[in-house]
Design a binder for this molecule. Structure first.
Ligand code: MN
Length: 419
């Protein structure tokens, strides 16, 4: 791996190193949304860089980067998006600071981040065997892993309209809940509000309706990855999910980190997937002899309103995922369903093998039976109003650090309904 140095001071522990260069949409208080690349404590303002002629085709790229989403940029395809990223990398690694440096850089800590893509479609998978087994044990003790699970990446179509950027508060949802020991539901705010630690990928290339994307070509359609919190109301979910799957227990909000890490930045962190038994059907079998999974460390913290309120409650890793992103996409399209640039596909909760690596409160508190202790002396089985859940992710190897920043959201009390 080539090593880079920059004229710009970049903190050694920054998520946003010269090897990362993730894309996002930001503004700096003037309300003018534009595209940027995160670098250390700064953002390279791509609209201004385009105007300065850094990418050629000045007017074209100024328009592309002067929008409030990355969709049009992503849809230009990887040859273009990779070239832009390399141009920025070249600019940052020049021998001396360019004279337009101050004009092209924004202070990242002063910037407001927006949702980076207009999400056309959102699909959520269920790709962690540890998570599926844990949840199965609680919902169906006699039959934890259903017969289809090892044969296909189980998924459902989620709701794109309620995907929000990190920092957006989430209201505790109302819904139908069946109290313990009863048969009929009551209408009440959820008492089992939960997070789901997930990694999402953003589609970068359309596929045609009627034409499957083969597993070998799947990664060509993936622009990049973002951290994802698929908020879940377990009590609502438990009552409603039979027979058609998740609905109102899931679609009241899903939070996404603002920086999309391009797939190419994650190449050094490829690792083998867990062995799949039985061997999947041929359309789900990887033919390329490279690792299909990624070694990205994940953590979840909960912060209460009190002092010393932040506690890391889980540490997991994307390498545990049983089904790879390529398998998810190959399966999603095998019937001819098309995907579009800007679509979002999330992994499902990423739990590891140990109790401290579970990716939801449902598992960490084992269905509410074992309260999770927090640093401020309080404990949780599920989330309380005022709690802030923050997820972080970073890949590190041989001095190369590629991080995702964070996805964070605070729980607001339920909407005041006139009952
Ligand atoms: Mn989920």
């Amino acid at each position: 791996m080539q090593t880079f140095t920059s004229w710009l001071p970049i903190p050694a522990d920054s998520d946003f190193s010269l090897y990362n260069l993730p894309f996002g949409i930001f503004h700096t208080g003037d309300g003018k949304a534009r595209a940027g690349i995160a670098i250390g404590d700064h953002i390279v303002d791509l609209a201004t860089a385009a105007d300065a002629g850094l990418f050629g085709k000045r007017r074209f790229f100024k328009k592309i980067f002067g929008q409030n989403t990355l969709n049009d940029f992503i849809a230009l395809g990887k040859p273009v998006t990779s070239r832009i990223r390399r141009k920025v990398q070249d600019w940052l690694t020049r021998a001396e600071a360019p004279e337009n440096a101050a004009r092209l850089l924004a202070d990242r800590h002063q910037a407001t981040m927006l949702l980076p893509v207009r999400v056309g479609n959102y699909t959520d998978f269920y790709s962690s065997i540890e998570h599926a087994t844990n949840v199965g044990k609680m919902f169906r003790p006699d039959n934890p892993l259903l017969p289809n699970w090892r044969w296909l990446p189980v998924g459902y179509h989620g709701r794109a309209s309620s995907v929000v950027v990190s920092g957006t508060p989430i209201r505790r949802p109302w819904g139908q809940i069946v109290p313990k020991g009863q048969e009929s539901p009551v209408f009440a705010p959820s008492r089992q509000l939960d997070f789901e630690l997930e990694m999402a990928f953003v589609i970068g290339k359309d596929s045609a309706l009627g034409e499957p994307v083969s597993i070998d070509k799947a990664e060509d359609h993936i622009f990049g990855l973002a951290l994802f919190n698929d908020w879940s109301a377990r009590d609502i979910q438990r009552w409603e999910y039979v027979p058609l799957g998740p609905f109102l227990g899931k679609n009241f909000g899903s939070s996404m980190s603002p920086w999309i890490v391009p797939l190419e930045a994650l190449k050094p962190f490829r690792v083998k997937s867990p062995k799949q038994i039985p061997a999947p059907l041929s359309y789900l079998q990887h033919t390329a002899r490279i690792g299909q999974n990624y070694d990205i460390s994940l953590e979840v913290s909960v912060k209460t309103g009190k002092i010393n309120g932040e506690t890391v409650i889980s540490r997991s890793n994307t390498k545990y995922l049983y089904w790879s992103m390529a398998q998810q996409l190959a399966h999603h399209t095998v019937n001819g369903c098309n995907v579009c640039a800007g679509d979002l596909m999330a992994s499902g909760t990423i739990s590891g093998p140990q109790a401290g690596s579970y990716g939801s409160m449902l598992e960490l508190s084992w269905g509410g039976q074992r309260p999770v202790e927090l640093n401020d002396g309080s404990s949780r089985t599920f989330l309380a109003d005022g709690d802030t859940v923050t997820m972080r992710a970073v890949a590190e190897r041989g001095g190369i650090r590629v991080g995702f920043g964070e996805v964070s959201g605070m729980i607001l009390p339920p909407f005041e309904l006139q009952q």
